[in-house]
Design a protein around this ligand. Structure first.
Ligand code: BDR
Ligand code: CA
Length: 310
């Protein structure tokens, strides 16, 4: 099985991504590292533990990480995810404790001790934990197999400002460090996730599973959809973060280009913008596989089949 660490700020779509990973025997989740993002750290680490218990995985180490971005003040998104970050269904308070130690130390230690090139990082929130680990222990960068992250946008531009996607906007300094790190990167921008919409039929398919996990996924996507439908008037809400895990399971569902991506860290107006050289109009070297399309039917078929296993 492919070893992964999920770095996350749950978040309903983060929660679905975690469930997808835990339901998939092709992946071995070494641990979950939490970061401040959709809601403050105290809630993201609590939510991550609730989701592990929902999946019957109270044995998984869940670490709390950075409480705030590297330079900027924390910006959260309760207006999308609700006060708890995981509104839509009330899950019991977790029995499992937080794992001792800091998420950044866990990232560094794991990358140092696991064989080089064997651990894939899956960031689903602001990149603060990953960037801090790379800054403190630069020698781990070349030991990372791949970073598959949800963040950024190019044709679809922004969802939190007109120019920027939330995960990158919240900690642009961290995103800049990661994009410049030299690690192999695959990026799932809004351009992809806005094709993976939670239609009525797809939400009902989760509910029809008749399981606790199916019910939770239906309730979360239902809650989340209300916000996005009002905002975008589409057929449903984009289910962002599970695209990262789906890519590890079935890369053929996605297509993209290996191109240069730079992060805006100077201008307030376009702060956190991902400047993607999609048409290769510069000679800046490619540093990321940027996805542009997803087979949405195939994605939801995979997701539903996996959630059914829990
Ligand atoms: C990203 O921001 C968060 O609200 C979601 O969990 C996702 O990771 C989408 O912009
Ligand atoms: Ca997220």
């Amino acid at each position: 099985a492919r070893k992964i660490i999920i770095d996350t700020d749950p978040g309903q779509d983060d929660a679905v991504a975690i469930l997808l990973a835990l339901a998939s025997p092709e992946l071995e989740v070494l641990g979950i590292t939490c970061v401040a993002g959709n809601v403050p750290l105290a809630l993201t680490q609590l939510n991550a533990r609730k989701v592990c218990e929902l999946a019957g995985r109270s044995d998984l180490p869940v670490f709390a990480g950075c409480e705030r971005p590297i330079e900027r003040a924390l910006v959260t998104a309760e207006y999308v995810h609700g006060k708890t970050g995981l509104d839509g269904i009330a899950l019991p308070d977790p029995q499992m404790p937080l794992a001792p130690g800091h998420a950044v130390d866990f990232l560094i230690e794991t990358l140092r001790t696991e064989p080089a090139g064997s651990v894939t990082l899956c960031p689903l929130g602001p990149l603060t934990n990953i960037a801090m680990a790379f800054q403190r222990a630069p020698e781990i960068v070349e030991r990372v197999a791949e970073i598959v992250l949800m963040g950024g946008a190019y044709f679809e531009v922004g969802n939190v400002t007109p120019a920027a996607e939330f995960n990158i906007y919240v900690d642009p300094q961290a995103a800049d460090i990661v994009m410049k790190s030299g690690a192999q990167i695959a990026m799932m921008p809004l351009d992809v996730t806005h094709q993976a919409l939670t239609t009525r039929a797809r939400i009902e398919a989760f509910r029809a599973l008749g399981t606790r996990a199916g019910h939770a996924v239906a309730s979360w996507t239902d809650f989340y959809e209300r916000f996005d439908m009002a905002k975008y008037g589409s057929d449903g809400a984009p289910l962002h973060d599970p695209c990262v895990i789906a890519y590890l399971l079935e890369p053929g569902l996605f297509s993209g280009r290996h191109v240069n991506v730079e992060i805006e860290t100077g201008s307030e107006l376009t702060m956190g913008m991902t400047v993607v050289d999609w048409w290769r109009v510069t000679d800046r070297p490619a540093n990321a596989m940027v996805m542009g399309a997803v087979d949405a039917e195939g994605f939801y078929a995979l997701l539903t089949e996996r959630i059914a296993r829990l």
